[in-house]
Write a protein that binds this ligand. Structure first.
Ligand code: FEO
Length: 402
């Protein structure tokens, strides 16, 4: 256990070796942590647990450092198994313990464990006294599940924010002022882009609601990664920025290719953009980590996506990416499609349609050439890139003048 504030302790797991999260969905190059907290006030309160994979270790820590019989109540901010998974083991030993959670939380706990424990349903603004401190609950629906909430420790000015403001990052220190700030921000943004960006409109609204409560904030302790101890408001400000049609100064050219014809088109399109002063990053979709690629799309001002046509459709890496970005509802980004084909040539149209469905502003007709592009056709790719660059400049101007 590590004391983070008077009477308040981190009791969690640093998972240094995990490299895929949510099953095999998301890459976690720097591991992660599962943060649970103990408040040892007049009442002893456990806030969240850890992934059930670590239930044995967690139960041993709880017994040695706290004493399982000493726990008076549990707060479950979010029951997804990476936080609530060990609840079942604890409740086997203490089935009478009161569990404080949202209405959705109780329903989801029942669906996970098929038990009817002593649920105490809380809603935004509800407060319980545990001694020196009061716990104030704030519902955070869909950040990340319908049950999500945060617990504010009144008297300590501590926000136990659960998934919000977290990172998949196993750090050398638990605190933001003692880790590499670049690593921390990379992981915080990757986490936001991959996990929370589908809920962006709700996040803006929730942050506004939390700000309106006027609670002083000394520290923000999420359920993954480091605790924001120095200037905790910085991550709230960043969430505001990321939730507000965020982009950085580049575009992404993303392609899959069989015999390098589509790759040659990608490079020529990038050349056209760069000639117009638009910076480009090129990604072979098939060989790039999909979670990292999703982060790059989140950051890009626009994407130009290309693929050859195979069996009347796109290659599987592009199909998977198109399907994934449809769920992320990115806003304010330009898109365009291109590719080489042999005879039927459906890929360009499929990409353009799917980018459009995913919310990208697709204004150009897909650019496609049969088999290997000629020098003249590569020249047309350069022009296509220039035209896309003009749209990026126009969008940037529109954003700047808002
Ligand atoms: Fe980290 Fe939504 O669980």
């Amino acid at each position: 256990m590590i004391e983070i504030l008077d009477r308040i302790w981190w009791i969690g797991i640093k998972d240094w070796s995990i490299r895929r999260f949510h099953g095999f969905e998301m890459s976690t190059h720097r591991g992660t942590t599962y943060n649970s907290y103990i408040i040892k006030d007049e009442k002893t309160v456990l806030v969240d647990t850890v992934w059930d994979v670590y239930a044995d270790k967690f139960m041993n820590m709880l017994e040695e450092d706290v004493g399982i019989s000493a726990i008076d109540m549990i707060v479950i901010n979010h029951i997804e198994p990476d936080h609530g998974g060990s609840l079942g083991r604890l409740m086997e030993m203490r089935p009478e313990l009161p569990i404080y959670c949202t209405k959705n939380g109780a329903e989801i706990i029942r669906r996970h464990f098929h038990k009817d424990w002593d649920f105490h349903i809380v809603a935004t603004g509800d407060k319980i006294n545990v001694g020196k401190y009061n716990l104030v609950f704030v519902e955070m629906q869909m950040i990340h599940w319908p049950d999500s909430m945060m617990t504010y420790v009144d008297g300590a000015s501590l926000v136990l924010s659960n998934d919000a403001f977290g990172q998949h990052y196993a750090p050398v220190s638990l605190f933001n002022d003692e880790v590499d700030a670049c690593e921390l921000y990379q992981e915080a943004l990757k986490y936001y882009a991959n996990i929370l960006s589908p809920f962006t409109p709700l996040i803006m609204k929730k942050i506004d609601q939390v700000k309106a409560l006027g609670l002083p904030i000394k520290m923000i302790a999420p359920s993954h990664g480091v605790i924001w101890r120095r200037d905790p408001i910085q991550i709230i400000d960043k969430y505001y920025e990321w939730a507000n049609t965020y982009s950085e100064d580049f575009t992404a050219v993303i392609y899959d290719t069989m015999y390098n014809s589509t790759k040659a088109m990608a490079e020529a399109i990038a050349k056209g953009m760069e000639a117009e002063g638009v910076k480009c990053k090129l990604f072979n979709c098939a060989t790039t980590d999909q979670s990292d690629l999703l982060l790059e799309i989140f950051k890009a001002k626009g994407i130009v996506m290309g693929c050859c046509t195979v069996n009347n459709t796109v290659l599987r890496s592009i199909a998977g990416l198109l399907d994934e970005i449809k769920g992320h509802k990115f806003r304010g980004k330009a898109g365009a499609a291109f590719g080489s084909y042999g005879w039927s040539g459906e890929a360009g149209k499929i990409i353009a349609q799917d980018l459009n469905k995913a919310g990208f502003d697709v204004a150009q007709q897909p650019l496609q050439f049969r088999y290997r592009p000629s020098d003249e056709e590569l020249g047309q790719c350069i022009s296509f890139g220039s035209e896309f660059a003009a749209r990026i400049h126009a969008m940037s101007g529109a954003n700047t003048s808002r």
